[in-house]
Design a protein around this ligand. Structure first.
Ligand code: PEP
Ligand code: MN
Length: 351
């Protein structure tokens, strides 16, 4: 059985293969759901710090072979080195994916692409850790140039340099732009690594389906709280199956394919929510400034500072192609609100 983009691609399985029992029990439970089209599992895990669980390694490939034989699932694993590719291909792995950290490094991607030459397998390319669409496209192109034309992109979100409700910020406008430029490349969403929390996986999954993604790759573990990696975001097979039942899938993708206008609107929605998050952070900083000023008896409005803000923001704005009058009006409105908030803070600290 191969995955294809005519029916939704649903890949499920644990973050890491940890033991024979964990892999088989998870696969058995997931095999109850016909929506699931492939089984995922990390065999070699890229971890931030050494000394943490780095995957069970080669022995896990035997467990996965058993999953394939018993439950008829195509098997997907992550590869990060040419040796991984070679070992995976020798062990009949059906789908190889390139992880976010690897996609970030064109040297590594090229080494993987060279190792993939002549292999007739499906390859999935996760987005790089940074929101760099060209780097993502570059990795896909390297794999295709090696002759692997069956490529699927995985959107797993981007490292958040600011606070967000998610582990990785989705920046939906980036996968939308990928889809716009390469409509023939299927793209699936990894809501587990975006959400980082099991309670948020459903909303991210539905959002991706609303954007007409071709499917999902979701982490599931037979006993998530005891998982050796990504424990917080993994779902029990039972909860994953419930989640899949609750999602609204688009039934007739070709006829109802999203128009360009809708795509652009979704880009705007995603950007607006990022603007609002940043504005809320700005207001929090404003409140702290208000408290400081109040304590030290400094006036809320400071002409010199305000003039500096206007001048520097207009300058930055014009390098970004923004009209100076627009930047000025927007800042006046934000500044007015900042002064109001500081005034409130000062009133409160007086009583
Ligand atoms: C994973 O899928 O478990 C994984 C390591 O993901 P990413 O490369 O997106 O961090
Ligand atoms: Mn994981």
């Amino acid at each position: 059985m191969a995955i294809n983009s005519k029916t939704p691609i649903i890949i499920a399985g644990p973050c890491s293969a940890e033991s024979y029992e964990q892999v088989i029990a998870t696969a058995k439970a997931l095999s109850e759901c016909t929506k699931i089209t492939a089984f995922r599992s990390g065999v070699w895990k890229p971890r931030s710090r050494p000394g943490t669980f780095e995957g069970a390694g080669d022995v896990a490939l035997q467990w996965l072979k058993e999953v394939k034989a018993k439950y008829n699932f195509p098997i997907a694993i992550e590869v990060a080195t040419p040796e991984h590719v070679e070992t995976a291909l020798k062990n009949d792995i059906d789908i190889l994916w390139i992880g976010a950290r690897t996609t970030s490094n064109p040297f590594s991607v090229q080494e993987l692409a060279s190792a993939l030459k002549g292999a007739n397998c499906q390859v999935m390319v996760k987005n790089p850790v940074n929101p760099d669409l060209e780097l993502w496209i570059g990795a896909i192109e390297r794999v295709m140039k090696a002759g692997c034309m069956d490529v699927t992109a995985i959107h797993r979100g981007f490292y958040p340099y600011e606070q967000t409700p998610y582990r990785n910020i989705p920046k939906w406008e980036i996968p939308i732009e990928l889809k716009t430029r390469f409509p023939e490349i299927p793209i699936i969403c990894d809501p587990s690594h975006i959400a980082g929390e099991r309670a948020l996986v459903a909303e991210v999954s539905q959002y991706a389906l609303n954007l007409n993604f071709d499917g999902l790759i979701i982490e599931s573990h037979i006993d998530p709280d005891k998982a050796l990696s990504d424990a917080r975001q993994q779902l029990t097979p039972e909860n994953l199956i419930k989640l899949l039942r609750s999602l609204e899938f688009r039934t007739d993708q070709e006829e109802v394919s999203i128009s360009q206008l809708e795509n652009l609107r979704h880009q705007i929605d995603s950007i607006d929510s990022q603007i609002l998050e940043l504005l809320s952070q700005r207001m929090n900083a404003t409140m702290k400034i208000g408290r400081y000023k109040s304590k030290h008896n400094i006036a809320a409005f400071q002409l010199k500072r305000w003039k500096n803000i206007i001048r520097s923001r207009i300058e930055t704005g014009s390098t970004l192609g923004l009209d100076p009058e627009f930047v000025k009006k927007m800042l006046q409105s934000v500044h007015k609100e900042s002064i109001r908030v500081q005034n409130e803070v000062m009133k409160k600290s007086k009583h």
